[in-house]
Design a protein around this ligand. Structure first.
Ligand SMILES: [Zn+2]
Length: 361
């Protein structure tokens, strides 16, 4: 079925802390209709595996397509994230996630895995949503750099060296809730991994990396790296977020920063979710320019719900700033209402990440 943009479906506006006027919503919907939107970070592969383990099928189609279509989301970077409890069989778990996602969308007309710039163009021509695979942390390769070639062979096209924990390559920044700095930069194997990633035309993601690791990466990176899902540390003080100086350096080497929609990283625990997302984006534009800002919402409630269900537990669904991807145009509308121009928003909605991914993979 060709891609079709669907109606506004903004029935959940009451949930929001900013009253967005209809005129801005309509303008935002028009923008999302005419500009391919990108979400640069979603733990999709892991959720699909969890839901398959619970007996579900066609997870992406049932849980995600309707909202992607509402928001005009045409490209999604699906992370492959190995939970700490699975690290003892991390490599197997990572491969299982990739296999599960491939199986889930196999034969569907709505989506395909994209492994090159040409693949992205082809998916768009066919009206499909492109799904791009990348690693959120490389714990699962240990120090075995050749495994990056295996991952590349599996269609993986990017990697963050770390999640918020140490591994053989680098140190994570610490968990967002724990304001305790973690020290130590890239190891020898970590530097080798960056070199190999670049040789394989895989992008590097600095979200979750600690400050010293960021410094080391700046010294050795030869291709532009990005932060798929990080916010401003000035706007909300968390080690998961980036300093002004880091943001300037990210931008100077051609990087893009995806705004993170997790409440604990946006700093919206008081309920001011939309307000905080806008403040992060506006500040990032002020520091880096609109060419270096994007969406990387990191919506986790659905994943958490899948994991809880598998364990027979209840899930509150209270970690994300947005209820689902169908609400993404609300962020765009709020930014318009607060005075951001449409040309900047086209870049932020998807133009920046789309250009980057097409060129880098
Ligand atoms: Zn993350």
């Amino acid at each position: 079925m060709p891609f079709q943009f669907q109606g506004t479906g903004m029935e959940v506006q009451l949930f929001m802390d900013i009253k967005v006027e209809e005129i801005y919503l309509q303008r935002a919907m028009d923008l999302h209709k005419n500009t391919p939107a990108v979400d640069a970070h979603l733990d999709l592969a892991g959720e699909v595996l969890l839901r398959h383990q619970a007996g579900e099928k066609e997870v992406v189609r049932n849980h995600y397509f309707p909202n992607f279509q509402k928001a005009g989301i045409r490209l999604v970077a699906s992370s492959i994230f190995v939970e700490t409890g699975n690290l003892d069989r991390g490599w197997e778990n990572a491969l299982e996630q990739i296999a599960a996602l491939r199986k889930d969308i196999e034969g569907l007309e709505e989506a395909s895995i994209v492994e090159s710039g040409r693949d992205i163009e082809k998916a768009f021509e066919e009206g499909k949503i492109g799904i791009l695979l990348y690693m959120e942390g490389l714990d699962c390769i240990g120090g075995d750099i050749d495994r990056l070639n295996t991952l590349h062979g599996q269609g993986v096209r990017g990697a963050a060296l770390t999640w918020s924990r140490p591994n053989a390559l680098a140190n994570g920044c610490c968990k967002a809730s724990e304001h305790k700095r973690v020290y130590g930069g890239l190891s020898g194997a970590g530097k080798e991994a960056v070199k190999r990633l670049e040789e394989l035309s895989m992008f590097v993601d600095v979200s979750h990396l600690n400050d010293e690791g960021f410094e080391d990466l700046c010294k050795i990176a030869e291709r532009p790296f990005i932060a798929t899902h990080s916010n401003s540390r000035k706007v909300f003080d968390s080690f998961r977020n980036m300093t002004d100086e880091q943001m300037r350096r990210l931008a100077a080497q051609g990087g893009i920063m995806g705004v993170n929609g997790c409440r604990c990283i946006a700093g919206s625990l008081g309920g001011n979710h939309l307000e905080m997302l806008c403040r992060h984006i506006e500040y990032e534009v002020e520091i880096m320019g609109a060419e270096h800002v994007g969406y990387g919402f990191d919506l986790c409630d659905s994943y958490d719900e899948a994991r809880a269900a598998l364990r027979g537990e209840k899930c509150e669904r209270n970690g994300d700033c947005l209820l689902n991807h169908g609400q993404v145009p609300l962020v765009t509308a709020a930014l318009l209402q607060r005075g951001m121009d449409e040309e900047s928003l086209k870049k932020i909605i998807g133009g920046n990440f789309l250009g980057y991914f097409k060129e880098m993979i």
